[in-house]
Design a protein around this ligand. Structure first.
Ligand code: NAP
Length: 247
């Protein structure tokens, strides 16, 4: 039986690494992206080269219609969905809370909390066996910031990921036993998210604070995500794994 997976923000960084590793593990993949169609098509081409089916689907996860359309098109193309990686997320420039604009906070919470919830809600409507689905697994991308707080950088981002952690716990209890729900909390990972927050050298600069002594690779986070999606994690739900080099 084929297994179909949706990865939000699958065009770059941790999402792209997850799409590729999941394809190697036998998943067909819907690669969601916000605006970088070329990056998404590159991921689709790499998945196709591995002999799996893939489709790039544009959509803003903070927009309800886009999220519903994402699931509709993914299912129409790949068949019933049994895996969802709730990965798309953003940071804002590093400044103290006293300097935040309302627009900044709304964007962070719209994408990281409302977006993650819209994706989770759609998954909760389609995956459970009681609702005619195949069952399956959801993996939510949180962050070590949820534990560390992001002081002086992005306390709003940290708080948004705290909301994701709580969602993982509650949704896992709601959807058990037919759907498992888990999270991962990456630490300093080498992706373009730091540049998008105005600090391209952030991960490298802060690597001295990591007990394992280096920045992590997107593939090292993807390995945990793909394990959580797999039957090897069949007794794991409602928890989050720190992938942070001990930070
Ligand atoms: P990234 O390299 O900046 O990639 C972000 C991805 O999300 C891109 O594919 C982007 O699409 C997509 N995206 C952004 N806004 C979106 C929206 N509104 N709707 C749909 N897609 C959207 O990020 P990353 O570092 O891989 O981070 C992935 C996840 O891990 C995020 O949730 C992040 O908070 C979390 N995380 C990352 C780190 C780290 O150090 N990198 C640490 C902790 C947690 P386009 O290509 O179209 O722009």
């Amino acid at each position: 039986m084929t297994r179909a997976l949706i990865v939000t923000g699958g065009s770059r960084g941790i999402g792209a690494a997850t799409c590729l590793l999941a394809a190697k593990d036998g998943w067909d993949v819907a690669v969601n992206y916000a605006s970088n169609a070329k990056a998404a098509e590159r991921v689709v081409a790499e998945i196709s080269a591995l002999g799996r089916r893939a489709i790039a689907i544009k959509g803003d996860i903070s927009d309800e219609e886009d999220v519903i359309a994402l699931f509709d098109l993914a299912e129409a193309t790949l068949g019933p969905i049994s895996g969802v990686v709730n990965n798309a997320g953003v940071v804002a420039p590093s400044i103290p809370v006293a300097e935040y604009s309302v627009e900044r906070m709304r964007r962070v919470f719209d994408i990281n909390v409302m977006g993650a919830f819209l994706v989770a809600r759609e998954a909760a409507r389609r995956l459970p066996k009681e609702r005619g689905g195949r069952g399956g697994a959801i993996v939510n991308l949180s962050s070590m910031a949820a534990r560390l707080g992001g002081p002086g950088e992005y306390v709003d981002y940290a708080a948004s990921k705290g909301a994701v952690d709580a969602m993982t716990v509650g949704l896992a209890k709601e959807l058990a036993p037919s759907v498992r729900v888990n999270g991962v909390r990456p630490g300093l990972i080498d992706t373009e998210i730091h540049a998008s927050g105005g600090q391209p050298d952030r991960a490298e600069r802060m690597s001295g604070s990591v007990p394992l002594g280096r920045v992590g690779a997107a593939e090292e986070v993807a390995a945990a995500i793909v394990w959580l999606l797999s039957d090897a994690a069949s007794y794991t739900t409602g928890t989050s794994i720190d992938i942070s080099g001990g930070r």
